[in-house]
Ligand binder design. Structure first.
Ligand SMILES: *Cc1c(COP(=O)(O)O)cnc(C)c1O
Length: 198
């Protein structure tokens, strides 16, 4: 909070500030790049937008209208949660995979995730929820890699432990979101998006 108050007293070129902050985030997370976001929910929206629009400025400008763009995100049913809206705000729709009942709440088979992937898939979402029966991050990353799809990890509430800053990137996540307003103890409307530069 003190650092924010101190920084607010000087004027900088925001692009340069984000670039430098991004380099620091990349360093501490082991990711290629990083971005300061206005909360983890904002980070999820930006992550989804990045997976839909890529580096195409016309596609970015079109959002949240995703007509003609890859606009589906695959998610395990046992991973649906109250923050899904943050991903949907970018204009995507969810395609669900897995069972909610028998053989157990959250039960997901790798083939179910695979079958949910189409030419419209932009990403696979993997929130840190530990729902029994859901596929692990490495299992989902293995499927995503085969289809050249990015995996978005919602790790908003997963700090501490500090080791989680690097864990999900190390396990193959393409984009990871952390909240700055939870146990880190930072300002409420702050967060970190870390991942691939593109
Ligand atoms: C808290 C939380 C968020 C949102 O975090 P903010 O930094 O408050 O925007 C998103 N996803 C999950 C799973 C959360 O627990």
């Amino acid at each position: 909070l003190n650092a924010m108050a101190e920084a607010a007293a000087s004027n900088v070129v925001m692009d340069e500030l984000q670039e430098r902050a991004g380099a620091v985030i990349a360093e501490v997370t082991g990711a290629e790049a990083g971005y300061v976001v206005a909360g983890a929910a904002a980070g999820l929206t930006l992550a989804a937008a990045a997976c839909v629009a890529g580096l195409d400025p016309a596609a970015m400008d079109q959002l949240p209208d995703t007509t003609g763009l890859k606009n589906e995100i695959v998610v395990q049913r046992g991973h649906r949660n109250a923050y899904d809206h943050a991903l949907r705000a970018a204009g995507i729709t969810f395609v669900e995979a897995g069972y909610l009942g028998y053989p157990g709440a959250g039960g997901t088979m790798p083939w179910q995730v695979e079958a949910a992937i189409t030419e419209r898939t932009a990403a696979i979402a993997w929130p840190v929820l530990d729902t029994p029966g859901t596929l692990s991050l490495p299992e989902v990353v293995e499927i995503a890699r085969r289809h050249e799809l990015p995996v978005i990890v919602d790790a908003s509430a997963s700090l501490p432990p500090r080791s989680n800053l690097r864990r999900f990137i190390a396990e193959g996540a393409d984009l990871v979101v952390f909240s700055g307003g939870k146990a880190i103890g930072g300002p409420q409307a702050s967060g970190i998006l870390a991942g691939r530069a593109d």
